[in-house]
Design a protein around this ligand. Structure first.
Ligand SMILES: [Zn+2]
Length: 288
């Protein structure tokens, strides 16, 4: 290797990092159209895309957007083999959360489903990404062998699930060659990887914050299954640029939990607590 080539290589490394910092900086600074704390990543989509749902609330794209995902639906009833089906409980709870948010105003809301229909897991988070959502919350109800198991749990994506998602997105990203609207040449893989990593860290930090807020709001108001926020490799939480939380609202396999989740007081408690957590999450970001 010639001396000048060695020198060029030595110079290239810090320059590459400088370029990465500049690109990242630009990506953060130029986003004035929405909340601006998470990078958007354009991904190539091979699958057929489902129709996007209507966005309700203020017709102002600068307002934060929450996508609420009622778990299961259609031919997938979810948990529960008695008269109470998870898919109906999650839809009623999701609608109650939406109504609560809309009644208080200032936040835009979209539902992955607003009726009894089936959606694949990837379609649910894809809707949030395609709408440019600031938050994604998936509502579920648990079940267990033991009829005694009760209470709510709040989940974020686990470390392992997150790195699996990153490598999958990175792979697809290489086909798309575009991150946050910037097209990269073949030589800038390292910049792309840095952007993806940063974006995912931001989204994960947001998810943990929202999960902690929901946990704080529901404490003392409803029965909890766990004493802290949980993490698992839920496929529905794998969007790399939308903070995503899964709320297991209770055990449908437990008679008392099922009755409570299906009651007006249960819906009111869950919708008010969740809406309040979401409101605090955005208030912290807008500084109001
Ligand atoms: Zn479920």
């Amino acid at each position: 290797m010639s001396r000048s080539l060695q020198l060029a290589l030595i110079l290239a490394v810090p320059l590459l990092f400088l370029a990465a910092i500049l690109v990242v900086n630009r990506a953060f600074v130029t986003r004035g159209d929405d909340y601006g704390y998470v990078l958007r990543i354009e991904l190539a989509s091979a699958e057929r895309e489902v129709d996007l749902p209507q966005i309700e609330g203020p017709q102002d794209a600068s307002r934060p957007l929450v996508v609420i995902d009622a778990g299961h639906g259609g031919h997938d009833p979810g948990a529960g083999n008695g008269p109470v089906k998870e898919k109906s409980v999650t839809l009623a709870l999701s609608q109650a959360i939406r109504d609560q948010l809309l009644a208080q105003g200032g936040i835009r809301v979209a539902m992955t489903r607003d009726e009894d229909r089936y959606l694949m897991l990837a379609e649910r988070s894809s809707i949030a990404r395609r709408l440019g959502a600031d938050l994604f919350i998936s509502v579920h109800a648990d079940s267990a062998e033991s009829k005694e198991a009760r209470g709510a749990s709040v989940y974020v994506l686990s470390e392992k699930g997150s790195s699996e998602a990153a490598s999958r997105f990175a792979k697809r990203e290489n086909q798309a060659d575009t991150i946050n609207g910037i097209t990269f040449s073949e030589t800038s893989d390292v910049v792309g990887a840095i952007l993806l990593d940063l974006s995912q860290r931001e989204a994960q930090a947001g998810a943990r914050e929202l999960a902690a807020l929901i946990f704080r709001e529901i404490q003392g108001k409803m029965r909890l299954h766990e004493t802290r926020v949980q993490s698992a490799a839920f496929a529905v939480l794998k969007a790399p640029d939308v903070p995503s939380v899964l709320f297991e609202t209770g055990y449908i396999s437990n008679q008392d939990d099922a009755a409570w989740l299906n009651s007006a007081v249960g819906r009111r408690t869950i919708s008010r607590s969740t809406a309040q957590a979401i409101r605090v999450f955005f208030a912290r970001r807008s500084g109001v």
